[in-house]
Ligand binder design. Structure first.
Ligand code: CMP
Length: 142
């Protein structure tokens, strides 16, 4: 993804509350372009694999339950310095700590039900994009 793309997920809390369109519009207004998108409900196995890095954390089981509770919306977003720019745009993990105007301050419910996911490095953005999208989908979006 050459550093210009990141993987976002509109999580089940925000999707089920009908906030997906508002969140995408908010991000587009900040210069992000949607390059791939789908609506899906994660299986337990998918959620466990996606969040495997958090397997030993006390919130892991609750996080898997939440992320499989309803449909979510993985997105590939493009912008210069996409990973950093997107993390700035979404704000801190806990909406209570997120700056005004960030996606989590505007749309998240709690530290767990925090509306959106964002990759934390270019390497993970690439890996996470491939988790949700085929080579053909990622190539077609170029
Ligand atoms: P994200 O940073 O996208 O990926 C890990 C997720 O785990 C995080 O969003 C939250 O949804 C959740 N999470 C992180 N820390 C906590 C916590 N202390 N309690 C509950 N959920 C958490």
């Amino acid at each position: 993804m050459a550093g210009a793309r990141t993987l976002a997920i509109i999580k089940p809390d925000a999707f089920s509350a009908g906030k997906a369109g508002k969140i995408i519009a908010h991000l587009e207004g900040q210069g992000f372009a949607v390059r791939a998108a789908r609506v899906m409900r994660l299986t337990q196995a998918q959620a466990e694999e996606f969040y495997a890095v958090h397997r030993e954390r006390p919130f892991y089981r609750s996080l898997v339950t939440f992320m499989t509770s309803g449909p979510c919306m993985p997105l590939v977003l493009e912008k210069a310095n996409a990973v950093t720019a997107y993390r700035d745009a979404i704000g801190a993990t806990d909406p209570a700590d997120a700056k005004p105007g960030t996606v989590r301050k505007l749309f998240a419910e709690s530290k767990e039900r925090n509306a959106v996911h964002g990759s934390d490095s270019d390497e993970n953005a690439e890996r996470e994009a491939r988790f949700f999208f085929s080579d053909a989908e990622l190539l077609a979006a170029r």
